[in-house]
Design a protein around this ligand. Structure first.
Ligand SMILES: [Zn+2]
Ligand SMILES: [Zn+2]
Length: 341
């Protein structure tokens, strides 16, 4: 296993072990969330039936799409796999690691590429996604967390998109500083024209492109639906499964866990105990390329000169934090030591 980045080429947090509070960005420390008992109280769930119906239709179309898989040409299979990776990275390398956490910097061509990929993934604009995600980190596993895993697997996975937001989410959401993203004209363009961007990148192009090698347009359309729903579920598993199942080497006091299966499906986002402990780390893991397609993607972009200033937690910071709050024997260094012994 090679170390994918050394300390000379990465911007690292200081090694005192103190500067790893779990804030999504440096900015979100500015406004404290003042939640009282009333805010934390359970409220009657108000179902948004329009969203429920949309999800039923979408999943019915995806199930039908699955029946068409055996008739796909090899070129269409490759296209399906490539668009899954591409749109997935629009969420993981784009909305998540670049924009929500600012864990690395990207030049204009990469930002444009990631915006197209993100629009294809169809999980709301980068702006909305990042606001929800910064709130998820700031108020993790409280009533102000949009997909609070303490409300159960189903709620954290998809249920949160089918009910009105809890009042605590609305209240705490107002404290999230989004000024950095508001200054980016490309992001705000996507935010303002989101539905058009989504339909074009998510369905029109993926239906037209496979016709170049003779794919039936109806089949191509249903493949786009299958890809869309698959990426949705793989991403949602980070909020559900990776908050409920797995080991906690870095902080045993929080729900987020190290979940390999989720990492495999969600392109490296299942190393979630590490990620919630060191959210500024571009790799969301101390394991380099291991089950982490997004880190591979960011490194490919770095070799083109399009990604730079990759931020990471130093081994000393990781060790200090794991000793303080986690299970140091389960960290990369701890497991290496155990192997030697
Ligand atoms: Zn999380
Ligand atoms: Zn995150």
């Amino acid at each position: 296993m090679t170390t994918v980045i050394d300390s000379k080429e990465a911007w690292t947090k200081d090694d005192s072990g103190q500067d790893d509070s779990g804030h999504a960005t440096d900015e979100d420390e500015e406004v404290e969330v003042d939640l009282n008992k009333e805010d934390e109280a359970e409220v009657k769930r108000e179902i948004v039936w329009g969203n429920v119906v949309k999800f039923i239709i979408l999943h019915s179309l995806a199930l039908y799409g699955l029946t068409l898989l055996p008739s796909l040409s090899l070129a269409s299979w490759i296209f399906l796999f490539v668009t899954y990776q591409f749109s997935g990275n629009g969420i993981t390398a784009g909305a998540h690691r670049l924009w929500a956490h600012r864990s690395y910097k990207a030049k204009a061509p990469l930002r444009m590429l990631l915006l197209v990929a993100n629009s294809m993934a169809g999980q709301n604009s980068v702006y909305t996604w990042s606001r929800d995600h910064r709130l998820h980190h700031k108020c993790s596993e409280t009533m102000a967390d949009p997909h609070n895993a303490n409300r159960g697997f189903f709620f954290a996975h998809i249920g949160w998109l089918m009910v009105r937001k809890h009042p605590a989410v609305m209240k705490a959401g107002k404290t999230i500083n989004m000024a950095d993203l508001e200054q980016d004209p490309y992001l705000m363009f996507q935010h303002r024209h989101y539905i058009k961007c989504f339909l074009m990148a998510g369905f029109v192009l993926p239906t037209l492109i496979p016709m170049l090698w003779g794919e039936d347009p109806t089949t191509a359309y249903f493949m786009a639906v299958v890809r869309y729903v698959s990426v949705l579920h793989f991403t949602w598993l980070v909020n559900s499964a990776a908050h409920l199942f797995g080991m906690k080497p870095y902080d045993k006091n929080i729900g987020p866990s190290e979940n390999r299966l989720v990492s495999l499906l969600a392109l490296g986002e299942g190393w979630h105990n590490y990620h919630h402990t060191f959210p500024y780390d571009y790799s969301t893991s101390e394991w380099g390329f291991r089950i982490n397609m997004t880190t591979r993607f960011i490194h490919a972009m770095k070799s083109l000169g399009w990604a730079y200033d990759l931020r990471t937690a130093s081994p000393a910071t990781v060790a200090a934090r794991a000793t303080r709050t986690g299970h140091p024997e389960l960290t990369r260094a701890g497991l290496r030591e155990a192997k030697k012994a």
